[in-house]
Design a protein around this ligand. Sequence first.
Ligand SMILES: CC(C)(COP(=O)(O)OP(=O)(O)OC[C@H]1O[C@@H](n2cnc3c(N)ncnc32)[C@H](O)[C@@H]1OP(=O)(O)O)[C@@H](O)C(=O)NCCC(=O)NCCS
Length: 185
Amino acid sequence: MFHLAPFHAHDADAVEALLDRAFGPNRLTKSSYAFRGGIEPVAGLRFVAHGAEGLVGTIACWPIAVGAAGTPALLLGPVGVEPGLQGKGIGAALIERTLTDAAALGHRLVLLVGDPVYYARFGFRSAAPHGIAVPGEPPGRLQYFELVPDALAGVAGTVMRSDAVAGTAVPGAGGCGAEAVLTRR
Ligand SMILES: CC(C)(COP(=O)(O)OP(=O)(O)OC[C@H]1O[C@@H](n2cnc3c(N)ncnc32)[C@H](O)[C@@H]1OP(=O)(O)O)[C@@H](O)C(=O)NCCC(=O)NCCS
């Protein structure tokens, strides 16, 4: 059994340690981190999973901008689960909660860099055929999810840091949903 909770500042050290265990010590060299350094994660979309073992899962989103128009979007991740507890639905619960709350907060479009085999189950689809690219990433790993119908329509180009585009802002700052208790497998 595990339960999800909004991230609190006192979770920070445990989250970093968990991400090191889940992704390995070189995780900060991944291309996705180029979009995160010096930028705060999106408010209301940062969750942790707690189990009997302590903090066992984490997820966050960062604001990004896409293409010449600088369309605001969310970069989902990193999502990480304690290696010994993977495959028990913790990752799915974190992702589903994030997508649900992102829609409720008024966000429109989510992108991520990850394994399409895993993310297809949540409705993510390949973004490369739509002309969207992340420098340094194989095109097949870039996935998108529309929180509102046709959010991707007319959006194409390179994914950029949100601070590369003046006036780019994502909606929904502030809110944190109530804790959810979930029981899986
Ligand atoms: C990827 C991750 C977050 C998934 O969380 P989880 O709690 O283990 O996953 P769930 O229990 O929700 O789902 C398990 C299912 O996902 C599949 N799965 C997990 N990681 C996968 C991957 N990288 N590629 C394809 N399928 C994957 C499992 O085989 C399992 O399949 P099944 O339901 O058919 O048995 C977790 O395994 C993890 O932290 N991995 C290391 C870090 C990482 O790669 N993060 C994602 C970066 S894009």
